[in-house]
Design a protein around this ligand. Structure first.
Ligand code: KMT
Ligand code: NI
Length: 176
């Protein structure tokens, strides 16, 4: 996984938008992001991580025009609205590629995470983020979750800023 600051230049969200400024692992860690690379022919290692982190369930999502049918445009639009969840968002990329943009704290800068097959990303509950396909227009990912999937996106706004999961997230990344 490669991470860099988003260039904030208006235009097609599927383009790279690389500002030329890379983001270090320490910065990713400081906002609670976890990531691993597990080659797709070694998926038993996914089971190990899932066991360690208590991810009991999983399913597969394929984001293509074919895979999503009539929902395609609406789904892509909602994935790219800035939002948070009340649980971790865990994605293992099986095929294709895409971008997860996450908000740095406290700068509020967008960090673009470029994911390819074999990348495993854990976004903590409460982090503001968004997702887009890239120009390949195809991603197939494993979604892991603890119990019930809590994937309802909660879009950013004044009320979301005081959501208990958001408040807990900010506490969890605060430097003591
Ligand atoms: C989400 O919740 O934003 C997503 O599931 C994005 C697509 S998963 C590659
Ligand atoms: Ni999300």
């Amino acid at each position: 996984m490669r991470a860099f600051y988003f260039d904030n230049i208006p235009g097609d969200q599927r383009l790279l938008h690389d500002s030329g400024n890379p983001v270090s692992d320490d910065i990713l860690k400081s906002i609670g992001l976890l990531h691993w690379h597990i080659p797709t022919n070694q998926q038993n290692q996914i089971d190990t991580v899932a066991k360690e982190r208590n991810y009991k369930n999983r399913d597969t999502i394929t984001i293509t025009k074919q895979g999503l049918g009539d929902l395609y445009e609406a789904k892509l639009k909602s994935f790219f609205e800035e939002h948070m969840h009340e649980d971790e968002e865990i994605r293992y990329i099986l095929e294709g590629s895409g971008f997860f943009d996450v908000r740095e704290h406290p700068t509020d800068s967008w960090i673009r995470c470029q994911l390819d097959a074999g990348d495993l990303l854990v976004l903590p509950a409460g982090i503001y983020h968004r997702f887009t396909l890239d120009e390949n227009n195809m991603i197939k990912a494993l979604r892991l979750f603890k119990d019930e999937p809590k994937w309802t996106p909660i879009n950013r706004g004044d009320l979301t800023d005081v959501n208990p999961y958001r408040v807990d997230y900010l506490k969890s990344i605060a430097v003591n």
